[in-house]
Write a protein that binds this ligand. Structure first.
Ligand code: GLU
Length: 399
C-alpha cells in the first residue's frame, strides 16, 4: 500500500469565490482599500433579535447534542414556512436541518447517488455543484444556456441531456450567478420532462426571498404530486437573514430520502450547531421587518449597479431579477491591450482588477462561463459606486 491520496478528493477544486474573498480580506488587512464584489455575503449584521436568542441559548445551557437532523421546534418552523411560502407540504419526518446549504447538498447527493450516476447542471452554475456531485461519486453533465435564453435551461435541452444514467437535475432559482428567475410556466414545462424521464430534481431555492421586481418565486415541487415526489427542496438562512457564518440550511424531501440523509448526517456532524438552530428558529418565527428592509436595500443596489454597468464600454449585462449578483459578459475585453499586453482571459482580468484597481470580482470560469465575471452587490451603495468607478477607469485604459 503506497501513501497515495483519495482520487475523489484530488479531483475537487477549492472554492474560488471563497479564495477571492480571502485574498481581498488579506489585502484589506495590509491597509489596501479593496472593494469586494466577491463572495455573495450580505454586508448587514445578523438582526439583533436573532443574536439575542443565541446568547440566551448559550446562557441557558442549550449547548449540547441535539437530534441528528435538528430540533423539532425548528423543523416545525421550516415545515410551516414550506407550507405558507412555498406551498409545499413537508412533515417533520421529511425535513433535515444541516450545517448550511452546502452541507444540505452534500447530504442530498450522498443519499441519492451511486457511482457513475449523472447529474445535469445547467451552465452557468454555482461553482460548488459539480464538486459536491463528484464527491458523492456522481458525474456532472453540464448543459450550456445562452444569454438569449436568459441563461435558463429549456425543456428541450433538459430532455436531450437525459439518458439511462441520469439521476438528477439541479435547478437553482433565483439563480447564482445570473440573477434570473424561472417563471411558473417554465417550471411546469421542466417538470413535465423530469416526470417523464423519471429523475430527481434538486431545487436549490437559497435566494427565494431575494426578488426585486414583479416576478414570483415558484417552488417546482409545488406543481403537482408527480413532481413533488421527485423533488428535493433545499434552502437556508444564510442569504435572506444575513446569517452566513451561522451555517444553517435545510431540506424537504420524501421520507425515504430524509431518513438516509439523517443517518448520513448523524455520522458526519452529529447534529447542526445547537445555538445556530435556536437562532434559526427565531429568524423564521420572529419579526420579519429586518428581512424586508434588507431586501428593499438589495433592490436599490440592484438598480444602481445595473444602471452603471449597462452603459460601460466592452461589457454586456442583462438585468438581474433576484439573488444579489450581476453576471457580466466581458469577453470583448480579452482582445484589448492593457499596458501594452493582451489581457487574454477572465482570470487575468480579475487579477488586474484586484492588483491594480483594488476591486475583487469573481471570474466565472469555475461557474462554467469563461467569458464572464460575477459581481456581488451585497455590499454598500458607496462601495458599489467606488468599485464601478474603478472598473470604468480601468476600461478607459484599454486600447
Ligand atoms: N454562495 C456564495 C457565493 O456564491 C458564498 C461563497 C460560496 O460558498 O461559494 O458567493
Amino acid at each position: 500500500m503506497s501513501l497515495s491520496l483519495s482520487k475523489k478528493a484530488s479531483q475537487v477544486k477549492p472554492s474560488s469565490t471563497l479564495a477571492i474573498t480571502a485574498k481581498a480580506k488579506a489585502l484589506r488587512a495590509q491597509g489596501v482599500d479593496v472593494v469586494g464584489f466577491g463572495a455573495g455575503e450580505p454586508d448587514f449584521n445578523t438582526p439583533d433579535n436573532i443574536n439575542q436568542v443565541a446568547v440566551e441559548a448559550i446562557h441557558s445551557g442549550f449547548t449540547k447534542y441535539t437530534p441528528a437532523s435538528g430540533i423539532d421546534e425548528l423543523k416545525q418552523a421550516v415545515s410551516d414556512k414550506f407550507r405558507t411560502f412555498n406551498h409545499l407540504e413537508y412533515g417533520l419526518d421529511q425535513i433535515v436541518i444541516s450545517n448550511g446549504g452546502k452541507h444540505s447538498l452534500t447530504n442530498i447527493f450522498t443519499a441519492i447517488i451511486n457511482d457513475g450516476d449523472e447529474v445535469i447542471i445547467p451552465a452557468p452554475f454555482w461553482l460548488s455543484y459539480p464538486e459536491i456531485v463528484k464527491l458523492a461519486g456522481g458525474i456532472p453533465v453540464i448543459v450550456e444556456t445562452t444569454m438569449e435564453e436568459n441563461f435558463k435551461i429549456t425543456p428541450e435541452k433538459l430532455a436531450a441531456a437525459c439518458n439511462e444514467k441520469t439521476k438528477a437535475f439541479i435547478l437553482n432559482t433565483p439563480n447564482n450567478p445570473t440573477g434570473m428567475i424561472y417563471s411558473r410556466q417554465e417550471l411546469e414545462e421542466l417538470a413535465k420532462v423530469i416526470v417523464e424521464k423519471d429523475i430527481y430534481v434538486v431545487a436549490d431555492e437559497m435566494y427565494e426571498y431575494l426578488i426585486y421586481g414583479n416576478d414570483e418565486h415558484v417552488s417546482i415541487g409545488s406543481l403537482g404530486q408527480d413532481i413533488y415526489e421527485r423533488t428535493i427542496t433545499c434552502s437556508g438562512l444564510s442569504k435572506s437573514y444575513a446569517m452566513t457564518g451561522w451555517r444553517i440550511g435545510y431540506t424537504g424531501a420524501s421520507k425515504e430520502i430524509t431518513k438516509l440523509m439523517s443517518s448520513v448526517q448523524s455520522h458526519e456532524t452529529s447534529n447542526p450547531n445547537s445555538i445556530a438552530q435556536k437562532a434559526a428558529l427565531e429568524a423564521l418565527t420572529g419579526p420579519q421587518d429586518k428581512v424586508e428592509e434588507m431586501i428593499a436595500e438589495f433592490g436599490k443596489r440592484k438598480n444602481y449597479i445595473y444602471d452603471r454597468l449597462k452603459v460601460l464600454p466592452y461589457v454586456n449585462v442583462i438585468e438581474p431579477k433576484g439573488a444579489f449578483y450581476a453576471f457580466v459578459d466581458v469577453s470583448a475585453i480579452f482582445d484589448k491591450e492593457y499596458q501594452g499586453k493582451k489581457i487574454g482571459d477572465v482570470n487575468a482580468l480579475a487579477t488586474i482588477l484586484l492588483e491594480d484597481y483594488s476591486v475583487a470580482v469573481v471570474p466565472c470560469t469555475d461557474f462554467g462561463f469563461s467569458g464572464y465575471i460575477r459581481l456581488s452587490y451585497a455590499i454598500s451603495m458607496k462601495q458599489i459606486g467606488k468599485g464601478i468607478d474603478q472598473i470604468e477607469t480601468f476600461l478607459k485604459e484599454l486600447n
